[in-house]
Ligand binder design. Structure first.
Ligand code: C5P
Length: 395
């Protein structure tokens, strides 16, 4: 952690008293810490304590009273290698999830370029409230890492979930993050994501329900670990966050194949997470096909290229390629034969039988299959699944 720049955000909950200890531990490990505190946070812990421990003036307001000096949240966001918000109250989490930048902490969050961790702390009913859970899910989908609260006695004397994780454990998570952070630096990763649309005429297409969320989560995770990422995306309603991701938008399988042959050739890691249409209309009508009197109509379809198989056939030694599979029967044996046929090194098996897994959800439950072994994982957020997949890759 030596020399790492950490912005420690503190919001107004009783657990703020633990933030002083967290700050002390981070400084002891050699991190440079800038505290940003909300106005309510200052009611729970004094900035004097925090500035003494961090060796830097605490930032809370947009301007310093009297001098009128402006505190640049943009500069702070760029300076930070990591932002940790501990404790994060229900209110701060809600503001972050919705971009309500009415204080220095949330404004800095919106400017943060690197990884963000949030350690919620609140009463059990507030934690369990659907609104809090919705906001947490939004933050996770935005790529924020949640350090989930522990169960135990709360300041209200009620017992349940909502206690901020202990500072020692938060430090451990931060150390793990910095351990991962540079692990892919200097590497190129190419990823296909989302569905493909196969045109029938100017207003119609054949498509599928893929949202692209898994592929985008993989792209963000690889970028967070220092890789340069080429993300070849079919038509999806998702945005890229990291500046290390170069997005190439395509529509059809043929367009995706052309981009993939270019981008996968020099990639150290290739991940085929797109749900590519197996067939496309043989011809695309130049103008809208009219409804006719007859009750049936037939579309002639032709086979699309198998992008993973084509890139796999051109794979060079040292490249590691990952495919996805969604099987209903004989999952493992089909995955293993796909591994061979497409020259892949790993298959991530989604099971449609599992609730919360597969298309359009924010969660996934996978089995990672290699030539030597297979390992099943519990239901997790797609970002966490992405981390498991990258951890399993052996370069
Ligand atoms: O053969 P199947 O469709 O089950 O294989 C799934 C894997 O192959 C996925 O990784 C998917 O992205 C990839 N694939 C592809 N091009 C296709 C079909 C599948 O890249 N035309």
């Amino acid at each position: 952690m030596k020399g790492k720049h950490i912005v420690l955000g503190i919001s107004g909950g009783i657990a703020a008293y633990k933030s002083a200890h967290l700050l002390r531990l981070l400084v002891k490990q050699g991190a440079e810490v800038q505290v940003v505190i909300t106005p309510n946070g200052k009611e729970f812990i004094t900035p004097v304590t925090l500035s003494a421990l961090s060796g830097k003036p605490v930032v809370s307001e947009f301007f310093t009273a009297n001098s009128g000096e402006w505190h640049s949240h943009v500069d702070l966001g760029i300076w930070a290698d990591l932002m940790v918000i501990a404790p994060a109250t229900a209110s701060t989490i809600g503001k972050m999830a919705n971009g309500v930048a009415d204080n220095m902490l949330v404004t800095t969050y919106l400017s943060a370029k690197e990884h963000v961790m949030v350690a919620p702390a609140m009463d059990l009913d507030m934690w369990a409230h659907p609104s809090t859970q919705r906001n947490i899910a939004t933050l996770e989908a935005d790529g924020v890492e949640i350090i989930y609260p522990a169960s135990g006695e709360l300041a209200s004397h009620l017992v349940g979930k909502g206690r901020m994780e202990e500072p020692e454990n938060i430090v451990e998570r931060i150390r793990e993050y910095f351990g991962r952070a540079g692990s892919l630096s200097g590497k190129k990763v190419a990823i296909t994501a989302g569905p493909t649309y196969e045109r029938i005429d100017p207003v119609r297409f054949i498509g599928n329900y893929s949202s692209g969320k898994m592929g985008f989560a993989l792209a963000e995770e690889c970028a967070a670990r220092g890789a340069e990422v080429a993300l070849i995306a079919g038509p999806v309603a998702l945005d890229v966050k990291s500046p290390r991701i170069r997005r190439i938008d395509v529509e059809s399988a043929v367009e995706m194949r052309d981009a993939a042959l270019r981008e996968f050739a020099d990639a150290d890691i290739g991940i085929f997470s797109a749900a590519v249409a197996d067939y496309r209309p043989e011809t695309t009508a130049g103008s809208k096909i009219k409804r006719e009197k007859r009750d049936n109509m037939t579309l002639e379809l032709v086979k699309n290229p198998d992008i993973a198989a084509e890139c796999g056939a051109a794979k060079r030694p040292g490249q590691f390629f990952v495919g996805f599979a969604l099987e209903t029967d004989n999952e493992l044996s089909n995955s293993r034969s796909k591994l061979e046929r497409k020259h892949l090194d790993m298959i991530v098996l989604n099971s449609l039988r599992d609730k919360g897994a597969g298309f359009r959800t924010d969660t996934n439950k996978v089995t990672i299959v290699t030539r030597e072994a297979e390992k099943s994982y519990p239901l997790k957020s797609k970002r966490e699944v992405a981390a498991d997949i990258i951890d399993a890759i052996q370069l």
